[in-house]
Design a protein around this ligand. Sequence first.
Ligand SMILES: *[C@@H]1O[C@H](CO)[C@@H](O)[C@H](O)[C@H]1NC(C)=O
Ligand SMILES: *[C@@H]1O[C@H](CO)[C@@H](O)[C@H](O)[C@H]1NC(C)=O
Ligand SMILES: *[C@@H]1O[C@H](CO)[C@@H](O)[C@H](O)[C@H]1NC(C)=O
Ligand SMILES: *[C@@H]1O[C@H](CO)[C@@H](O)[C@H](O)[C@H]1NC(C)=O
Ligand SMILES: *[C@@H]1O[C@H](CO)[C@@H](O)[C@H](O)[C@H]1NC(C)=O
Ligand SMILES: *[C@@H]1O[C@H](CO)[C@@H](O)[C@H](O)[C@H]1NC(C)=O
Ligand SMILES: CC(=O)N[C@H]1CO[C@H](CO)[C@@H](O)[C@@H]1O
Length: 823
Amino acid sequence: MEIPILLPLALALLGFLCPCVTTLTPRVSFPMDSPGRRLIRFNSHDVSNTTTLLLSEDGDILYVGARDSVLALNVSHKDSIILRNKLDWTPSHEDLEQCSMKGKKMADCPNFIRVLQFLNTSHIYACGTFAFSPRCTYINTDTLTMSLKPDEGRGRCPYDPYQRNTALVVDGELYTGTVADYRGNRPVISRHLSEGKRVDLKLDDTLGWLEDPTFISSTFIPDEEKIYFFFTEVGREYDFIDKFIVSRVSQICVSDVGGQRTLQRRWTTFAKAQLLCQADHELPYNVLQDIDTLLPAEGAPVDDILFYGIFTSQWSVNSGRSAVCSFRLTDIKSVFSGNYKVLNRDTLQWSARVQEKVANPGECGLHNASDNALRFVKENFLADDSVRAVGRNLTMVSAENTYSHLTVQRVQAANGKHYTVLFLLTESGYLHKAVLLLRGAHIIEEIQVFEQPQPVRSLKLSIPKGVIYIGTSEGVVKVPTANCSFYWTCAQCVLARDPFCGWDPASRVCVMVSTTNTNLAQDIERGNAEEACSSVSLNHKSRFGPNKLPAASCPPGELVSVSLNEVVRLQCPAASRLSQQLWERPNSRLSSDLYLNLEDGSLSFVATPATLGHYLCLSTENGYQQTMAIYHVKQKTSPLSQTPTSYTQPRTNAIPTTQSMAKPGSGLHISVGTETHQGESKTTPSNRNTQVTTRQLGKNLTSWTKQPRQRELELRDGEALLAAQAPCYLKELVIVSLLLVLSLSLLITIFLFVITQRCNHRTAPQAATIDSDRRTPVEQEARRANVFLSKRNEQGQQSGHGSELVCNAALSGSNGHLPNTPI
Ligand SMILES: *[C@@H]1O[C@H](CO)[C@@H](O)[C@H](O)[C@H]1NC(C)=O
Ligand SMILES: *[C@@H]1O[C@H](CO)[C@@H](O)[C@H](O)[C@H]1NC(C)=O
Ligand SMILES: *[C@@H]1O[C@H](CO)[C@@H](O)[C@H](O)[C@H]1NC(C)=O
Ligand SMILES: *[C@@H]1O[C@H](CO)[C@@H](O)[C@H](O)[C@H]1NC(C)=O
Ligand SMILES: *[C@@H]1O[C@H](CO)[C@@H](O)[C@H](O)[C@H]1NC(C)=O
Ligand SMILES: *[C@@H]1O[C@H](CO)[C@@H](O)[C@H](O)[C@H]1NC(C)=O
Ligand SMILES: CC(=O)N[C@H]1CO[C@H](CO)[C@@H](O)[C@@H]1O
C-alpha cells in the first residue's frame, strides 16, 4: 500500500530530487587481461552464444548450452578450459526454412539452448528454441549423446531466443516459467515430466495470474517444499499509472497435484507478492534484473535465507543506476500468509477489502480441499502486503553502473566472522566484487571480463573451486574469486578489505584465508592497516616519515633537473583509486600561490630558486599513509643537449622504503624539453640560466611540436609556452598565463568541491577519490596503460638505463596499483 500514496508524491517531487547517489569506486580496477587478474577463457570458432551454464556437482565439468550445441567443458585444470564433448543439435534445413518463412530473422532461427538441468544422476534435460519451435531432449551426461527422441518444448522453453525464461528440475520433474506460444503472449508457470498420480500442472490463465511477465529466476527451498519464482510484470493493481512494472516473487508447492473439479490440472498453491526495493521517500527501483539465493550460515534456521536482487528503475531520473536489495525468506513467508487483494471480476479492479478467509492461499496441500476453498484461492493470489527489503532500505546503490547479473557468497574472514560478498556484472563488461560492511558496501575490485557489452544469461559461482563462470555470446570466462598474491605488502592486503585475503606474517605474503591459518592480519570492517600490520612488522612511519626527514639527510630521490621559469610537473602514482595524494616538502609548506595540485595527484609549479629542492608524495588511504615518490628538483647545469626528458620512477635502491612500481598512465611528466642530468649538480647564476633557457625554448619549440604524440603530451602542461613567439617576453608570458590557469583552475576546483560536498551527504564508506575520469574510468585506464607501455618502450630505447628502471611491477602491473611501502 505504500506505493499508491508515495508514487504521485514522488513523481511530483521529481524536480527536487537530488540525483546524487553515493559513488562507490572500486578500489582497484583491472582492465582486460591484466596480469594481476588473469582470466581463463573458452572460445571456439564453431561455438557461439554460450549463454546457459550448468555446473556438475563436483565442479569439474561445466555444461554449456550454446547455439546449435551442448558442450561439456573440463574446468578442473587450473589455467585452461578444455572441451570434453560436444553435442550438435541443429534444426534441419526445412525447419530453418519454415522459420524464416514465418518472417523470423535467419540469425534468430538456430537452436539456442535455454534449458539445461540435471534430471537424474545419468541424464541432463535440455531444451532449445529450435527454429522458433522449441524442443527438449535427454542427454547422457558422460557421453553427451541424446538418449531418447526429442520432446515438444512448448511451455518449457521460449520460442524467441531473446525472451527470458527460468527452469528447474526437482525430483525428476521440470518446473518452468516461460511463454508458451509463438507470439510470446501466453506466459505460464508450469510443471512437466510428472508421472503416475502426479500430473503436469500449469497456471489457470482465465484470471490473469501473470501480466506480461519477464521471468528472472527460480529457486527450490527443500525445507519449505516450495519453489519460488522471481519475475517482473505489469502491476495491474496500480491502474493509475500506465504500465507500472513491479517485481514479484511467486510460490508454488512441489506437492501440488491440482484440484479435483475446480483447478483441475492447475496450481492450487500459486500466490504472488510484490518485492519492494525502495529507500524511504525515494522512487522504488522497480525492475528486477537478477536474483541469487544466499543460504544461511551453518546452524542458522532456514528462514534466514536471503535473496539478493539487482534492481533498476523504470524512470529516467534513475536511469543508468542500479540498486541491490536483499529479502529474507521469513518476510516472504509472512507476506504470503497474510491478507490477499480482491479482484472485482466485472471491472478487473483490485482492492484490499478485508474479507472472510475461506482458505489460506499459498498453503500447501489444498488438492482435496472443497470447491469453495479452491475458488477462493483461485481468485485470491495477490498478497496485499509487499515484501520489503531487509532493513527497509537498499543494500547498495550504484549511480555509475547498471548491474545486470549477480551471484552472492558468504565468506568466513580470518577472525571467523562471516561477510557477504557480491559479484556483480556491469552492462559495460566489468565484474565488481563488493563486500557488505556495517556502514555499507565496499567494492574491493573490478575486473574487465569482456570489451563489448554482450548478452549474458548466466553467472555461475563455484564456491568449492573459488571461481565464477560467465556465459556470454562469444565464450565462457572463468574468473577466480580472489587473487590475494596481487597485494604484496601487509598494508595493501589489509586495505583491500577482501574477506578472502589475509596477510601471513610468517611467509610475508597475502594469502587466501583458510581455516588452518588463523594468524592472519586482516581488518574487513575498518581496513585499519596500521593496526592490523603493526603486530606483524615494524611501523613504517617510525622508520621513514616526512616529519623525520631532515633536509640535510634527504634521500636522493628522483633527480629532476630543470631550467628556471620552466613549468615542472611531478607525478604521484596512486596507491589505489581510493587513495588521496598529498605533496610535502621538508621544512617548508606548499603555498597554493606557487603550487598547483592537479586532479590526477600530480604537482605543478614554476621552477624558481624557491621551488628547487625535495618533494615527497604521500598517499593516504583510509587513514594510512605511505610514501609513493620522492623527487629532488634542481637546476640543470648543461642547457645544451636536447635529449627529451626521460623521466623514470624512483629506483628501488634510491628509496629503500619504496618498492617502486610505476603507474601505467603516469608515464612522462617533466615538462617542456628539459633534460635530466642525474648525479650532476652545480649551481649556476640564475639569471644567466634563465636567458639560456628562454632562448633555447623559443628556438626549439617548433621542432618539438612536430615530434610525435609523446612529446606533445609532455608539452601539454607548458602549452602557454607555445604562444611565446618573441623570446624576450616568454618568461612574463609564462608566468601570467600560468597564474591565469592557476586561478581559473582554483575557481573551478572550489566550485566542484562545493558541489561534491553538497552531493555527498549520503556518502560512501570510503573517502571518494578525486577522479576526473570517474565516468569512464575503465576506458581511460586501458588507454593509459597502452600509452604507458609504449612510452616505456621508447624510453628503454632512448636512455641506456631506461629499461632497467622499468620495474617488474610496472610490467606485471594491474593498472597502476602501487604496493605499499614494504614493511
Ligand atoms: C595474481 O597476481 C599476481 C601478482 O600481480 C600475478 O603474478 C598472478 O599472475 C595473478 N594470478 C592470477 C590468477 O591472476
Ligand atoms: C579433466 O582433465 C584432467 C586432465 O586432463 C583429467 O585428469 C580429468 O579426469 C578430467 N576430468 C574429467 C571429469 O574429465
Ligand atoms: C534418468 O532419466 C532417463 C530419462 O527418463 C532414464 O532413461 C534413465 O534411466 C534415468 N537414469 C537413472 C539413473 O535413473
Ligand atoms: C486427500 O488426497 C490424498 C491424495 O492426494 C488422499 O490420500 C487423501 O485420502 C485425501 N484426503 C481426503 C480427506 O480426501
Ligand atoms: C539507507 O541506507 C543508506 C545508505 O545506503 C543510509 O544512508 C540511510 O540512512 C539508510 N536509511 C535508513 C532509513 O536506514
Ligand atoms: C548470439 O551471439 C551473437 C554474437 O555472437 C549476438 O549478436 C546475438 O544477439 C546472440 N543471439 C542471442 C539469441 O542471444
Ligand atoms: C631538437 C632541436 O632542434 N634542437 C636544437 C635546439 O636549439 C639548439 C640551439 O639552437 C640546437 O643546437 C639544437 O639542435
